[in-house]
Design a protein. Structure first.
Length: 164
């Protein structure tokens, strides 16, 4: 089945990647782990399958987490991971999706550019960035256009998720 470009929201977490598709809700919740053959550079597994390989791979296969503290630490692997997740979420489409990606509020301009470039190279038609606290406030139903006090608390659960 073919469809026109979709609107996707992606939370690139250090431990887990979430993807929200407009009209469908959260359609992907996978570990941000990629298994790569060191000799060829080929991606062998992504997400849940790659996580099962952590600590159990032969010498030529390395399972890594390409994100650190919510930002890209390995550009090439992140791009391949995003491509896999976009294809998994979108299936076969005529047009590439528009993607909004959550980023930590303290990222640099260089890190922002890396996220935009990786998502574009992975198949996004247009990439938008939104800071995680703003996305959390919108998701909580807070009117961010009003000048009033609100507090958003981001409780990190990466350590707990990595142990599961």
């Amino acid at each position: 089945m073919f469809s026109f470009g979709q609107d996707i929201g992606i939370d690139l977490g250090t431990a887990t990647v979430l993807a929200f598709v407009k009209g469908k809700g959260i359609t992907l919740r996978e570990p941000s782990v990629v298994a790569v053959d060191k000799l060829t550079g080929d991606v062998l597994a992504v997400g849940q399958e790659a996580r099962r390989m952590l600590g159990r791979t032969p010498g030529n296969i390395v399972a890594t987490r390409p994100l650190k503290d919510g930002v890209i630490s390995d550009y090439t692997v992140t791009e391949k991971m995003l491509k896999y997740f976009i294809n998994k979420v979108c299936g076969r489409t005529i047009f590439s999706p528009r993607i909004m990606i959550c980023i930590p509020s303290q990222v640099t301009e260089v890190e922002k550019k890396a996220v935009i470039d990786a998502a574009t190279q992975a198949g996004a038609r247009k990439v938008y960035l939104i800071e995680e606290p703003i996305a959390a406030a919108i998701g909580a139903g807070i009117d961010i256009s009003r000048a009033c006090g609100n507090m958003v608390v981001d409780i990190r659960t990466e350590e707990r998720l990595m142990l599961q």
